[in-house]
Design a protein around this ligand. Structure first.
Ligand SMILES: Cc1cc2nc3c(=O)[nH]c(=O)nc-3n(C[C@H](O)[C@H](O)[C@H](O)COP(=O)(O)O)c2cc1C
Length: 180
């Protein structure tokens, strides 16, 4: 089984990348594939640019990574209540190649932020729109106050309640894949 995970952010020290990586390591996957959105750079999408340059090669690479995975874990960073510009831009380019670019893959959506809201607003947007883009969403979870609840030295959740919640969500998925 191959799990692909990424933080929907291009920050060098992205807390969402840290969370997505942690969650991916809780799975029983033989292969863990961590993406860095910096590898999928594109000009800001508009239809005129699309006419000039055609489909985005990096967006196609991004879709290919998803299409070759058995589970995809995304942790969403929140900028002003919604997606980061970098993720939204890649999302737009990918959706022009194929609208259901999540390829009906089982997915887990997470989010975190330093504040108590835990980027719930962007998570809600992502969850609501998931079916339109072919995401087979298994579960979602927001982690509030990241720096209070995640130990960056040990790279794990330090809040035991949140740790159990995420563990349960991943083990539900692990047992589903064993039954399949
Ligand atoms: C322009 C900007 C807007 C932000 N807006 C929000 C917000 O709406 N909600 C929130 O919880 N955090 C907000 N933050 C704080 C981010 O959650 C924080 O920078 C976090 O580290 C981003 O995740 P990342 O480290 O994975 O990039 C904002 C940060 C920036 C730079």
């Amino acid at each position: 089984m191959k799990v692909t995970a990424f933080g929907a952010s291009t920050s060098k020290n992205s807390i969402n990348k840290a969370l997505a990586t942690y969650a991916a390591n809780l799975t029983e996957a033989a292969e863990i594939n961590i993406l860095d959105l910096n590898d999928y750079d594109n000009p800001i999408f508009n239809e005129d640019t699309e006419k000039q340059i055609g489909k985005s090669e990096t967006a196609q690479n991004f879709i290919d990574e998803i299409a070759s995975s058995d589970l995809v874990i995304i942790s969403f960073a929140e900028h002003n209540g919604t997606y980061t510009a970098a993720y939204k831009n890649l999302f737009d380019w990918a959706s022009r190649i194929e609208q259901k670019f999540f390829h009906n893959k089982p997915m887990i959506f997470l989010s975190t932020s330093p504040g108590p809201g835990g980027a719930k607003s962007v998570l809600n947007t992502a969850v609501t729109s998931a079916p339109f883009f072919g995401a087979n969403l298994q579960a979602s979870l927001s982690i509030p106050s990241f720096y209070d609840n995640f130990d960056l030295e040990k790279n794990e959740l330090s809040n035991q309640e949140l740790k159990s919640e995420l563990n349960e969500l991943i083990s539900n998925y692990n047992s589903l894949t064993k039954q399949a």
